[in-house]
Ligand binder design. Structure first.
Ligand code: XIL
Length: 387
């Protein structure tokens, strides 16, 4: 379908109340119940590949340490729908570089090879972070020693996959969550070991080192909660400073760990435009929408909350939320370059038990999958405007 035509359809969209039976009846499709859920699904409808549906808009990704212990069925599902993969854990500083002279490249090498063999791009995650990073980086070292360790880490890792990893989360989650008033527009940086050892310039330095190691890689600042409220204001202050200091930054990653309890749609819509106004691209880098469960990127206790199985209404609410999000992403398709789900299925998710993804624990598409497809292919209903 021509992009223009899709755009016109999108503009008509203002509300997928994404009940599948309603969808199906407008499409003249017979519905049947899907095993494992009471929701109605269009059983006879062809299941389009998400990456094909969205190919004129942005890349569609998933996170996982592939191929690892993924089943053949799971790997087939990845190949069917996605064209970019983020290693969920294996490229983080802790796992890949547990001490100064020890590197564990096996899982990273296997992931990069599997992705390239299967025609998928790789997004590297993540070079500099306060979590999943071993203490040796900071032990017994003054600023120059710590900077040198950071440089060696980035140069070795980015250099190893030069030309193979398309983009990197260079710095992850540098902005603090709390203690910040709505009006105080400061960077409000997290008091991490990196900040303590190096000062605020650790972020600019990380970008410079990554760019030196692979000048063609797209470089991201990645964080959660930066689409709304004071954390958004802080992100804008920080990004302006990075640009001013000459950090080679290309994109902002909005993680997108949300819950159906509340998604800041209107703020997200404005935030994408605000980041674009700085000349940056945007990626939705870790998308999941729990059914009334946790949101945000913190490793808090709610992370493992075990919620009851979702009702058909729950699945519809979630489908609606995903449809509204994708309508916003499509609206900004000149800016949004990638939308990546954090995991593969409700079995392969860091929020296990909260049913956050678009394939269920048996790898079957949920109503949310169909809602996302229908944002472009069957947008004959109105999505509510972003709130
Ligand atoms: C999570 C992984 O999904 C888990 O398997 C791991 O135990 C902890 O980290 N923000 C990030 C991701 O940038 O790296 C985190 O991933 C989720 C929050």
């Amino acid at each position: 379908m021509a992009l223009q035509q899709q755009r016109r359809r999108f503009l008509r969209l203002a509300g997928a109340s994404v009940g599948m039976s309603a969808y199906a009846s407008t499409l003249g499709i017979q519905c049947s119940a899907v095993a494992g859920s009471d929701s109605l699904q269009p059983a006879e409808r062809r299941r389009p590949a998400l990456k094909e549906v969205y190919k004129e808009h942005f890349l569609i990704g998933m996170a996982g340490d592939l191929p690892g212990n993924y089943s053949q069925q799971e790997l087939a599902l990845v190949k069917e729908h996605f064209n970019v993969v983020t290693p969920e854990n294996c490229m983080k500083p802790g796992p890949v570089h547990p001490s100064e002279n020890i590197w564990r490249f096996e899982r990273c090498d296997a992931l990069v090879k599997w992705c390239l063999d299967n025609n998928m791009a790789v997004h590297g995650h993540t070079l500099v972070w306060h979590a999943q990073t071993s203490d040796w980086f900071f032990r017994d070292g003054d600023k120059s020693v710590v900077v040198q360790r950071m440089k060696d880490h980035i140069t070795t890792l980015v250099g190893r996959y030069k030309g193979k990893v398309r983009s990197w989360d260079v710095v992850n989650e540098a902005i603090s969550d709390g203690g910040h008033s709505q009006t105080a527009q400061t960077e409000n940086l997290r008091n991490s070991s990196w900040l303590k050892a190096v000062g605020p310039e650790f972020i600019t330095l990380a970008f410079k080192f990554a760019h030196q190691a692979d000048p063609d890689a797209k470089l991201y600042y990645n964080d959660y909660g930066i689409e709304a409220g004071p954390k958004h204001a802080s992100a804008m202050v920080l990004l302006r400073r990075l640009i001013k200091e000459g950090a080679p930054i290309h994109a902002v990653g909005i993680q997108g760990h949300w819950s159906t309890r509340g998604i800041p749609y209107a703020a997200l819509d404005r935030a994408i435009a605000a980041f674009a106004s700085l000349g940056l691209k945007v990626g939705i880098t870790e998308l999941d929408v729990t059914i009334g469960g946790a949101s945000g990127g913190q490793f808090g206790p709610r992370r493992f909350a075990n919620l009851p199985p979702p009702s058909p209404e729950d699945l519809k609410t979630q489908a609606d939320a995903y449809a509204r999000l994708f309508a916003i992403f499509v609206k900004h398709n000149q800016v949004v370059e990638r939308v990546t789900f954090w995991g593969l299925s409700d079995r392969r998710t860091w929020r296990f038990g909260q049913h956050p993804l678009i394939f269920d624990a048996n790898n079957q598409p949920k109503p949310a999958y169909w809602a996302i497809v229908d944002v472009l292919l069957n947008s004959n209903r109105d999505l509510p405007a972003p709130r």
